[in-house]
Write a protein that binds this ligand. Structure first.
Ligand code: 5CA
Length: 440
């Protein structure tokens, strides 16, 4: 992509309304624009990151045996009357009336809709286990939307729903998602800690929130420092095997959000120098629901003995749009964003220091083509601005690598390769630079 053609409305000044660094950087880097309180448009740079996160989430869900479908954003109120949540959900639910005076709503979550799909098609235990997910926009009319896309009113969530015959099988489904979540966050370059959590309006009797430690987080959290050194399960996990040893390891130390925090136990379980009491960002939340929805909505299956039983359910959410902000909170410096390679909007920022100089233009065009042919996503700064401004923009938007081509270097046959995360610079021949960037 050429910068001259790319819609990248960067801001020079720090927007006054943004209170936390990720919100400031997303606005400055031209990733999002607010349309109304808590509702945002995703501009090309931000949308690329959102899509890359979504794809990693999808790959790990598929690997764990979940199947993707797509449910609508608008749902009929009658389904929510069946579960009793139409009244319970209160002002957070955006209620809509259609032209026939039918009550509708913009979905804040999908337990009712998926349970309706399930009960319409599944009759026998032989069709279980089943785990269905979608990645869809949700609307919650939050009292205090804030921090940009971190607590939005409209936000993108991955939500799955598992269906099993009995509590033991449901526990296995829960464990599969637990492991898939650890892998997902690891691939996103994040250290997420599973913590005991409250179930709120979703319900159920067991749940874990996945939390990124950050001073700017909205939750107060308490945990053992050992978690920071725990390694996520490797790719190629056998999801059919007994996963409980992984879950036991990842729940072996104290970790709780403030609703579940027990100060006496924290002090008894964790040596003083290993206690972390800080704030965190909730990037995912999994729930064992039991039969809360299946009983209320009549979602039953025939067991092996011929008896009808309500299906055991779980639900599992990941805040896909919130993750964009969470990754920035975890990875930035004074100059801007530092994208982990796995989610970067482009891998390389190619800077032509002297547009119009024949040697520079030719070398840059050649490098751009070679990188593109090797499958590397490149953003080429072909503007004729000043070098300082070009460097500042590249640092702000945080691509993992910068390749800088200038007339002086070219005379001695070299270009400069800079790694954004470390600031490390190397002078290399054009060929060596291309090899470095295609190998990474
Ligand atoms: N039905 C369940 C999971 S399938 C559910 O809705 N869980 S939730 O309420 O905990 O939301 C799941 C995830 O969505 C949260 O962990 C959080 O990362 C994200 N999320 C929730 N509310 C917002 C919001 N207002 N803005 C951005 N992300 C949000």
């Amino acid at each position: 992509m050429r910068m001259s053609q790319f819609f990248l409305p960067v801001l020079k000044d720090t927007p006054a309304e943004a209170q936390i660094v990720s919100h400031r950087l997303m606005l400055r880097a031209g990733m999002i624009r607010q349309s109304s309180a808590g509702i945002y448009s995703w501009l090309p740079l931000g949308f690329r990151v959102l899509k890359r996160i979504e794809q990693i989430v999808r790959e790990e869900q598929d690997a764990a045996g979940a199947q993707e479908l797509l449910m609508p954003t608008i749902q009929p109120a009658d389904l929510w009357r069946e579960s009793g949540r139409y009244d319970d959900y209160g002002l957070e639910m955006l209620r809509i009336t259609d032209r026939h005076e039918r009550d509708m709503l913009f979905g804040p979550t999908n337990e009712e809709l998926i349970t309706d799909i399930f009960r319409g098609s599944v009759r026998s235990y032989k069709q279980l286990p089943l785990n269905l997910y979608h990645i869809q926009w949700k609307f919650r009319d939050e009292v205090r939307p804030r921090f940009g896309i971190m607590r939005g009113r409209e936000f993108l969530m991955k939500d799955n729903y598992s269906f099993d015959l009995d509590p033991e099988a449901a526990r296995h489904s829960y464990n599969r998602m637990f492991v898939a979540y650890l892998r997902t966050y690891e691939r996103l370059g994040l250290k997420a800690i599973p913590m005991q959590a409250d179930t709120g309006p979703i319900g159920g009797d067991m749940s874990h929130e996945f939390i990124i430690l950050a001073d700017t987080g909205e939750s107060e959290v308490y945990c053992h420092a050992d978690y920071l050194d725990f390694a996520a399960p490797e790719a190629g996990v056998d999801y059919g095997s007994d996963l409980s040893p992984v879950i036991e390891h990842w729940t072996s130390r104290y970790a709780a959000t403030d609703e579940k925090h027990d100060a006496a136990q924290f002090e008894a379980d964790v040596p003083e120098d290993r206690r972390i009491a800080t704030r965190g960002i909730e990037v995912g939340h999994i729930f064992y629901l039991g039969t809360k929805y299946s009983k209320a909505m009549g979602a039953t299956v025939m067991g092996a003995d011929g008896a009808e039983v309500p299906v055991e359910m779980g639900c599992y959410g990941i805040g896909v749009s919130r993750l964009v902000g969470a990754i920035i909170e975890a990875s930035h410096d004074d100059d801007g964003i530092i994208w982990p390679a796995s989610v970067a909007p482009f891998q390389v920022g190619l800077i032509n220091l002297k547009v119009g100089d024949e040697a520079c233009d030719k070398a840059v065009a050649d490098i751009y083509e070679k990188l593109r042919r090797a499958g590397v996503d490149v953003l080429l700064d072909d503007s004729d601005g000043r070098a300082g401004g070009k460097f500042a923009t590249m640092d702000l938007i945080g691509l993992p690598w910068q390749l800088i081509v200038g007339p002086r270097g070219l005379k001695s046959g070299v270009v400069e390769v800079k790694q954004r995360a470390t600031g490390e610079r190397q002078e290399l021949s054009i060929e060596a630079a291309i090899t470095t960037l295609t190998d990474n």
